[in-house]
Design a protein around this ligand. Structure first.
Ligand code: FMN
Length: 199
């Protein structure tokens, strides 16, 4: 199933083809592909090159670790993400090695996870990020050190058949993809003043 973005201007294929499914195929992800998406996160840009991210990963091949990671998700997300053969949890390292706060850590974790998601698309997979997690539970279950904060879970796998989803999720899976237009968020001179470039 493809959900190509109905873009107004040219997009690279992996951007147009990336989307966040809630139905995954019952098919494992090859180890090389898992390593490839993690490698993509590795090469994301970060403020001062700090790379303030870590990932916890679990696959269905290891049911104990898979269930442990699944249990960090809120019930709504558990309800659909349990079809994904791979789950990840992104962690922000909000304190630098020399003990200073890193105010850009969350930003950079988002960049790393987006880079991971785009590589997934390039490999014929899709990733779905989830803010709906219980960070305190993650901290306890994974013994996160001081300053390490669970940010989002990520479901990863091959897209599956949405017909098995509950009706309200099936509708969302098939609904048109919409976005703000460029003048709604690209300004020049003053916040809220659409740039002449995009009018
Ligand atoms: C940081 C982040 C957190 C998200 N959290 C959730 C979530 O908890 N549950 C969920 O079903 N979708 C979640 N999403 C998916 C968004 O709803 C989805 O990206 C958005 O609707 C745009 O759809 P698209 O990714 O298919 O383009 C999240 C996405 C991001 C980037």
């Amino acid at each position: 199933m493809s959900r190509t973005a109905p873009a107004d201007f040219e997009l690279a294929d992996i951007i147009a083809e990336r989307w966040s499914p809630r139905a995954y195929a019952d098919k494992p992800v090859e180890k090389e592909k898992i390593l490839s998406v993690l490698e993509a996160a590795r090469w994301a840009a970060s403020s001062y090159g700090a790379q303030p991210w870590s990932y916890i990963i679990a696959t269905k091949d290891d049911p104990v670790e898979y269930e442990k990671l699944l249990s960090v998700l809120v019930p709504f997300n558990q309800g659909w993400a349990n079809s994904a053969p791979v789950l990840l949890l992104s962690i922000a390292l909000t304190v630098t090695a020399d003990g200073k706060p890193n105010p850009l850590a969350l930003h950079d974790v988002g960049a790393a996870s987006t880079t991971l998601a785009l590589q997934a698309t390039a490999l014929g997979l899709q990733a779905h990020q989830m803010a709906g997690i219980e960070p305190e539970k993650a901290k306890e279950l994974y013994d996160l050190p001081e300053g390490a904060v669970a940010v989002s879970a990520i479901a990863l796998g091959y897209v599956g058949d949405p017909s098995g989803l509950p009706d309200f999720l099936k509708e969302r899976e098939l609904a048109p993809r919409v976005r703000k237009s460029l003048p709604e968020f690209v300004f020049t001179g003053k916040f809220g003043e659409p740039s002449g470039l995009v009018k």
